[in-house]
Ligand binder design. Structure first.
Ligand SMILES: [Zn+2]
Length: 274
């Protein structure tokens, strides 16, 4: 299996393309709130921040630092009064099944036995649970699973080929954790650009990312946000929903809602056909 993945990585590196096209496979996309964020998804209006996340003690110290920095950088770039995450390292362990992650722990898991319910080719997965209402999804739970079963991670490009920058991957996943969807502008404009290769280092949210997050929660950019989070969630009833953001190496991400593909981003970068 690893040999197959390495061949796929090689193909990605050789094309080296930043172009993007997105095809939405569900009619849900017709109800898009905006091109940038077609799934208005957010934590509730109550004082949920900072979210207390637990980092698996299976990660080594450098990895824990990278994960911690990946979450803290969202608050730092927001600039002023918002603390999105508190992190603690605990001995949480990966679950035997994907549904078992719906517990009381908001976790970042180092997974050596990748769940059979998830594609083995996914680098990392953020799984969000929430309540779907007519025009929004309220997040009630989230976890990040990092696929150490089929991939290798390192700091920056220090690991050489076939290693992915853990911090780049986690900054993107924490964006999903906060309710951000993909931004198809470019890698240099957004950490939510749905393409990460083994040589990609993109560790700091950009202006567009912070603007999208500010709009989602009603924060001012770089002003004092001590007034708290604007109430954007209606009181109507909703239905439980599970969103899975699956990041693949190089040029593909798949978003599933209750197991059904909602967005399948696949970059077409063969310029020879233009
Ligand atoms: Zn993603």
């Amino acid at each position: 299996m690893k040999a197959v993945l390495i061949i796929l990585n090689l193909a990605v590196l050789m094309t080296g393309c930043d172009g993007a096209s997105t095809s939405a496979l569900s009619s849900d996309s017709a109800r898009s709130a905006s091109a940038v964020d077609n799934l208005p998804t957010s934590w509730s209006s109550t004082a949920v921040f900072p979210l207390n996340i637990q980092i698996s003690s299976d990660f080594d110290n450098d990895e824990i630092t990278a994960i911690s920095d990946s979450s803290e950088v969202w608050s730092q770039e927001q600039g002023g009064g918002v603390n999105y995450f508190n992190e603690a390292t605990t001995n949480i362990s990966p679950k035997s099944s994907l549904s078992s992650y719906a517990d009381s722990v908001l976790g970042v898991y180092k997974v050596f036995n990748w769940p059979s319910e998830l594609p083995s080719g996914a680098l990392a997965v953020t799984q969000i649970r929430g309540i779907q209402r007519s025009s929004s999804i309220q997040i009630t739970h989230a976890d990040i699973l990092v696929n150490y079963d089929f991939f290798d991670f390192a700091a920056g490009t220090s690991g050489g080929p076939w290693h992915y920058d853990l911090q780049t991957v986690l900054v993107h996943e924490f964006g999903h954790f906060l309710g951000l969807s993909h931004d198809n502008s470019s890698r240099s404009e957004s950490v939510m650009f749905p393409s990460i290769g083994s040589s990609t280092v993109n560790q700091t949210p950009h202006d567009r990312d912070i603007d999208n997050l500010s709009a989602k929660y009603g924060f001012n950019r770089s002003a004092s946000n001590s007034r708290g989070i604007a109430s954007t969630v209606s009181q109507e009833e909703g239905v439980p929903v599970t969103i899975t953001y699956e990041m693949y190496p190089g040029n593909k991400e798949v978003i599933k809602i209750n197991g059904v593909v909602h967005e399948n981003t696949n970059h077409h970068c063969n310029h020879a056909h233009k």
